[in-house]
Design a protein. Structure first.
Lengths: 313, 297, 371
């Protein structure tokens, strides 16, 4: 039997890949499928999922609800109306993801550029300095911002000093539990994920290209826009994917820094599964989140390519 | 590269960004020495000796002095347990995911086999799907599975299948494997097949070739992948959040729990310890890497 | 199991699927018989199938059709570690994590040879390639030439009957390469084992081989001893690939067993040549091949040879030879003349525009199929 295995390369490959494939299939593919199925279900009386439907309840109820159709919460007299509650949540999450990604790119690029241009011996150190915050825990980093942004927090203290020195009356800013706080938190969390890929793609640029550009008459600014920037795009793309997708789904940042004020898709899903105990609605929301993410990713990579060679830093 | 022309704009931007990255951490560490029990405002460093105002919210004096909150931390059995859980899960998950991930990387890189498209698709999913979608998916799987199993086999009480260390570990392995596979695959791409062919040419069969030639050569890659996996597991919040149960709390979950209740500087102490451990580990790693680099070109 | 031949390939085909999905015969119905103790080279440019053929002998690839025989036994899908052949790889494939000694000892460990015997034999092998004293070094501490010798020692220490060499000298600089060529040849003759050598360097093949197989596009173009391959190329491809050739298009006027008269259009005259290809008939369009060193060039007409006129377009002094480019026969010809006499006066070389006379000898004028 060993002889037959030896001669069958395809079987060898299958054997090697089988554990991983099975594991992922059971723990990732099947759950996705289950989520899909359950999203068409209904929350039964005792909290279980049922698939019993009648004229008031259809399989698509959850989705309809997500997109605004509501029979409760309407103005007087109307049987059904458009309730933008959930649509707003979806939109807000999308907007936040876009804004975060944009800000992250703006902040990350100069730093990545700086590191890429540093002397090789120093580059490692600079990179480590970027990575260390990343290795401290996500939750902890969010908490750190909580301390800074509070009314009695460090930022307000510093501003207070400055204001007092300028003799301007000052009341501490309410920064925590605002959308702005969530944005700052998100940018902070995901900044390193953009720095690394951009750095990698910048570092890969053949130095002789700069010399060629100079030889052909391009000044440093032109060289940057016509040579450096385009060649670093794979890094930006990879970084965008690494930032955009998680931001869409993160709920901790909005939970801790946004309090009850800022609700994103992640929070919605989290609550459905924990508090409201409606896994069917939560599953539907989760699927919509996934589809939105996939759509954006698809169009983005169609236009910009994948940059996957950059991902392995 | 361009002769190291440092545009001042770039340097300032870089410095500001580093400042942005580290300011919160510095604040975090400073507040771990906060004299105030409620940690709302900073009320001065805990004195080793001497008096302070004692209006209930401040610590007058402490046997541990400046490190009062760290002492409290050490006495906190919940934290110890959570730390233990976190490490156990991370180690177990890392070992399993590194082994099967390396195998998968070898398969994908070297062979064409029938289930290859499925393998590639499966490995792709965690990268493009938000963690929360995976998390609730796995939760759904387990709850449905356990519900059915408990009912069918009539299990009650402690004999029931529930969420716990096992479920968390299994879920961690699931989302770690793609990363390990990716890293090892990247390393394999640069690995010439001719070394293994040479070994076989000299009389080594497949297993001996793997043992004496392939394995030593992919070991650095596998270790890299393992390290990445380990950090991912230690750090994970979302997946753990949905798959843990009583008795399987990990540190991130624990901290999150604390944040929603009363916040004492103990949280800061915990955070600082965590940061410090990471820092030391990274330093050690660098030293190891540098030492390894010398004999080779 | 002895047989007449050390290695034999019978109608071997190797199919590959290109990334675009098309089928490609990397080795296309190749048959060759390699004798015991001979230095056999496979020569061709990249993609001709020589390396693939070698790998099928070693066992790294399996033939899609046909069969590979080693010492008379059909190999089928036998894995490499069960074949009594050893390979010297193009990139040496030395185990980077093992020392020189450990590399060489590796193959013997696989044979479960005793420790003392390993030491003795490895020592002998290293001595044979003149690498005594390098035992403890790691491959990346050696020069290219030294690494190559380790690869050689590692393979030879197992005393195989057949040694396969895949362009082993490619990475070495010119001088070292030429030295190694002679050393390898001497080694092979001393050991008396069969060497199967793959190269794209024709000079290398001609220098070292007992017989050469010229390959192109997966097919064998010609197998023969070096003199045969050079002086009597089987077809236009071999004539063009080996050495330099001048080609003239013409049509056969008359043909007998040893002689053919070929009418060259632009010359409005016929040249006498030797028919090489089989089955040439009168009236057939053919190609006449003349090697540059075989054309006699002179300034004045002489003797009773048939002389053809030409005009010099360029002269290049190489040192031992002078290369003269002449327009004649309606074609651009290369003529190489050995500088037997020291020529220090520039005017004594053929000048551009000069009228010269070219003489061809029938036994050096080859008539080949047009393909």
């Amino acid at each position: 039997m060993l002889k037959r295995l030896r001669e069958n390369k395809s079987a060898q490959g299958t054997l090697l890949a089988l554990p991983t494939t099975l594991w992922l299939f059971i723990l990732l593919v099947v759950p996705l499928f289950l989520t899909l199925v359950i999203s068409f279900g209904r929350r039964g009386i005792d909290g279980n999922v049922t698939f019993v439907f009648d004229q008031n309840h259809t399989p698509f109820d959850n989705y309809i609800r997500l997109f605004g159709y509501s029979v409760t919460n309407c103005h007087s007299g109307q049987a059904a109306c458009f309730d933008p509650l959930y649509v707003n949540i979806l939109w807000r999450s999308l907007a936040l993801a876009f804004n975060t990604t944009t800000l992250v790119i703006l902040l990350a690029y100069p730093l990545a550029y700086f590191i890429a241009r540093a002397r090789p011996k120093q580059r490692n150190m600079y990179l480590l300095m970027v990575l260390i915050p990343l290795w401290t825990n996500f939750v902890i980093r969010v908490y750190a911002w909580m301390i800074l942004l509070r009314k009695e927090g460090s930022i307000n203290i510093v501003i207070g000093w400055v204001m007092r020195w300028l003799n301007i009356p000052f009341t501490p800013l309410e920064m925590l539990y605002t959308p702005g706080a969530v944005l700052v938190g998100m940018v902070y969390e995901f900044l390193p994920f953009m720095i690394l890929p951009i750095y990698t793609s910048l570092e890969k640029i053949d130095p002789s290209l700069y010399e060629a550009a100079a030889d052909l008459g391009a000044n440093p600014l032109k060289t940057f826009f016509r040579v450096t920037l385009p060649l670093s795009m794979p890094g930006v793309v990879a970084g965008t994917i690494l930032v955009f997708i998680p931001v869409m789904g993160t709920f901790i940042v909005s939970d801790i820094l946004g309090g009850r004020q800022v609700i994103l898709v992640g929070n919605l899903i989290q609550r459905q599964f924990l508090d409201a105990r409606d896994p069917t609605f939560g599953s539907a929301a989760s699927l919509i989140l996934m589809i939105m993410t996939l759509i954006v990713t698809y169009f983005y990579t169609r236009k910009f390519g994948f940059g996957e060679e950059i991902v392995v830093a | 590269m361009n002769p190291h022309r440092r545009s001042p704009f770039i340097i300032v931007a870089a410095a500001l960004t580093y400042f942005f990255l580290y300011a919160p951490i510095v604040g975090l560490v400073l507040y771990s020495f906060n004299a105030s029990k409620t940690n709302i405002a900073f009320e001065g460093f805990i004195p080793a000796f001497g008096e302070l105002k004692t209006d209930g919210s401040l610590i007058a004096q402490s046997p541990c002095g400046l490190f009062h909150w760290y002492c409290e931390l050490a006495k906190n059995s919940d934290v110890i347990e959570a730390a233990g859980n976190t490490l156990t899960i991370a180690f177990t998950a890392t070992i399993v995911s590194t082994i099967i991930g390396t195998m998968a990387a070898l398969a994908l890189q070297r062979y064409n086999f029938r289930i290859k498209p499925f393998s590639q698709l499966a490995l792709y999913i965690p990268i493009v799907i938000p963690e929360i979608v995976m998390g609730i998916g796995i939760l759904t799987l387990f709850s449905q599975l356990f519900g059915w199993a408990n009912a069918t086999f009539g299990l009650t009480g402690d004999a029931r299948f529930t969420l716990g260390m096992a479920t968390v570990t299994m879920s961690h392995i699931a989302f770690m494997v793609p990363f390990v596979t990716l890293v090892v695959q990247a390393r394999l791409q640069g690995l010439d097949k001719s070394y293994e062919e040479a070994a076989m040419d000299l009389g080594a069969d497949e297993w001996t070739t793997f043992r004496r030639v392939t394995f030593p050569m992919i070991l650095p890659g596998a270790l890299s992948g393992a390290l990445l996996a380990f950090t991912l597991s230690l750090d994970d919040f979302v997946i753990t959040f949905f798959t843990n149960g009583p008795g399987s709390t990990t540190l991130p979950i624990y901290v999150y729990g604390l944040l929603r209740r009363i916040i004492t500087p103990q949280v800061n102490a915990l955070s600082t310890v965590w940061i410090f451990v990471v820092f030391v580990a990274v330093l050690l790693l660098q030293i190891l890497q540098n030492r390894e680099r010398k004999p080779h070109l | 199991m002895t047989s007449e031949f050390a290695v034999e390939l019978r109608d071997v085909v190797k199919k590959f699927i290109t990334p675009e999905g098309a089928e490609l015969n990397a080795v296309d119905h190749v048959t060759m018989q390699i004798k015991n103790g001979e230095f056999f080279s496979m020569l061709g440019s990249s993609g001709c199938g020589k390396t693939t053929s070698l790998r099928m002998i070693a066992g790294f690839e399996w033939a899609t059709e046909g069969e590979v025989y080693i010492e008379g036994k059909a190999m089928g899908r036998t894995p490499p570690f069960q074949r009594r052949v050893n390979t010297v790889f193009q990139n040496y494939a030395l185990f980077q994590h093992l020392t020189v000694y450990e590399n060489v000892a590796f193959g013997l460990e696989m044979e479960r040879v005793g420790k003392d015997d390993i030491k003795r034999r490895a020592g002998q092998a290293l001595e044979m390639v003149q690498l005594i004293g390098m035992d403890r070094r790691k491959p990346n501490q050696l020069s290219g030439g030294q690494q190559q010798r380790v690869a050689l020692a590692r393979a030879l220490v197992k005393t195989p009957n057949v040694l396969l060499l895949d362009e082993p000298l490619g990475a070495l600089d010119l001088k070292l390469r030429k030295e190694m060529q002679l050393e390898l040849k001497a080694l092979q003759q001393r050991l008396g084992i069969t060497f199967i050598y793959v190269t794209h360097d024709q000079e290398e093949a001609l220098t070292m081989s007992d017989r050469i197989a010229v390959m192109s596009k997966g097919k064998i173009q010609q197998i023969g001893v070096p003199v045969e391959v050079y002086e009597r190329p089987a077809n236009k491809f071999v004539a063009d690939f080996i050495g330099e050739s001048n080609f003239l298009a013409g049509r056969i006027e008359s043909i007998s067993e040893n002689e053919a008269s070929v009418f060259i259009q632009d010359l409005n005259a016929a040249v006498i040549g030797t028919p090489i290809s089989d089955g040439l008939i009168k009236g057939e369009a053919v190609v006449v091949c003349i090697r540059p060193e075989k054309i006699r060039i002179s300034e004045k007409g002489a003797l009773n040879q048939k002389l053809f006129p030409g005009k010099v377009t360029n002269t290049i002094y190489i040192g031992a030879d002078t290369h003269v480019f002449v327009d004649a026969f309606g074609a651009k010809l290369k003529v190489w003349e050995q500088n037997r006499v020291s020529r220090l006066d520039p005017k004594s070389f053929y000048m551009v525009g000069q009228e010269v006379w070219l003489a061809l000898m029938p036994e050096n004028t080859l008539v080949l199929k047009k393909d």
